[in-house]
Design a binder for this molecule. Structure first.
Ligand SMILES: *Cc1c(COP(=O)(O)O)cnc(C)c1O
Length: 370
């Protein structure tokens, strides 16, 4: 092979994250004018009008570099959670924080990272890219967490344990006592990373999140994002609440301007936008109840969820399997998320939409299953 084509072995047969199809791709493929996307757990109400206005007003700032490390935003996030600003690292989506934590904490070829199976794909992809072994423990019945299975994987080279709560793709959230147990019993060098991308949707949060008591747990980090509850997935903004020593390392190695200046302004506005958060929470709660009832009436199994999405299994004996239903819905302009890549080939993940979208899904699914 040409010498010039030599790359790191981890990269050679790397398979990219598979994001699902975009609205424009579906429109073009099926000749549709309108497409409903319920596949990526985006906000059913779209982008907040308050944030849209801020983005327009601040558009003239786009020629500037943001302040390195976005300290104004970090301070606002810290204030929002009642934590010191030195604990906050904002990133280009929480994906960037996942990547940073792995690169800062895990030694290539030597350390390992543990998580449940299935889990959010980014942990495995970034671990792989970094040459770090990735170990997984199976989920229990009903997508529940078995802390013993996870603890059994840990050894003296376990750098990070990733736990997503509420979990993706299931929406399951364990009682906070399970997280406390992991925090106490993982080996002393192991960082427990609680990915709380969907915690804003869980009710009551104190029953599920360790964040209000983070100061009691020196080896725990929490990840949050503006992508879901705050409706800013396309702008790319997330953050980690880390032990201060770790935040310091992360800020030293992070590309200084990975959070762009408009994302910073949007994040500052979003944190004050209580009305939008309230409206989103209400829309998701109502939509989840409506879909559970109506899809249940069609014979589907809708798994309980604390997030803005859930897993749906098709009725026993349905004419089409999950892949067939996914494709039939696509042809009708509705995108769901197939879960074959998560090892759940018989299930589909549904992101809660707005009222019209939810009703359209129920109508289309009734046709497809008839
Ligand atoms: C959506 C999601 C994120 C957030 O990703 P961003 O990079 O902040 O958009 C993180 N973790 C999980 C499990 C998610 O589903």
């Amino acid at each position: 092979m040409d010498d010039i084509r030599r790359v790191r072995p981890e990269v050679e047969d790397f398979e990219a994250y598979s994001p699902g199809l975009t609205i424009d791709e579906i429109k073009a493929r099926f000749g549709l004018d309108a497409v409903i996307k319920m596949a990526s757990n985006e906000n059913p109400l779209g982008t907040s009008p308050v944030v849209q206005k801020v983005l327009c007003d601040k558009a003239g700032l786009a020629f500037r570099y943001a302040q390195a490390g976005t300290p104004r935003l970090a301070a606002a996030i810290a204030g929002h959670h009642g934590l010191p600003a030195g604990r906050v690292v904002a990133g280009n989506g929480s994906d960037e924080i996942i990547d940073l934590l792995i690169r800062v904490k895990a030694r290539p070829g030597r350390d390992n990272i543990i998580a449940f199976k299935p889990c959010f794909a980014m942990y495995r992809l970034q671990a792989r890219l970094c040459g770090v072994e990735f170990r997984q423990a199976p989920l229990g019945p009903g997508f529940s967490f078995d802390p013993d299975a996870l603890l059994a994987l840990a050894d003296e080279n376990t750098a990070i344990c990733f736990v997503t709560t509420p979990d993706n793709p299931s929406g399951y959230a364990p009682p906070v006592a399970v997280l406390e147990r992991l925090a106490r019993e993982l080996p002393p060098q192991c960082l427990l990373v609680l990915d709380e991308a969907y915690m804003d949707f869980a009710e009551p949060q104190e029953a599920y999140s360790l964040l209000p008591r983070l100061e009691e747990f020196p080896r725990v980090a929490v990840l949050r994002t503006f992508s879901k509850m705050y409706g800013l997935a396309g702008l790319r903004l997330g953050y980690g609440l880390l032990p201060e020593w770790l935040a310091d390392y992360c800020l030293r190695v992070k590309p200084p301007f990975s959070v762009n200046i408009l994302a910073e302004e949007a994040g500052l506005a979003a944190l004050r936008d209580d009305d939008f958060v309230r409206a989103t929470r209400e829309a998701v709660r109502r939509g989840r109840e409506f879909l559970a009832r109506e899809l249940g009436a069609l014979g589907c199994t809708v798994w309980p969820s604390q997030a803005n999405f859930f897993i749906m299994d098709l009725p026993a004996g349905a004419a089409l399997d999950a892949k067939g239903v996914f494709e039939a819905l696509l042809a009708r302009g509705i995108i769901l998320r197939p879960l074959a890549s998560y090892g759940l080939a018989a299930s589909l993940r549904v992101s809660v939409g707005n009222e019209q979208e939810n009703a359209a899904l129920v109508r289309a699914l009734a046709e497809v299953l008839a």
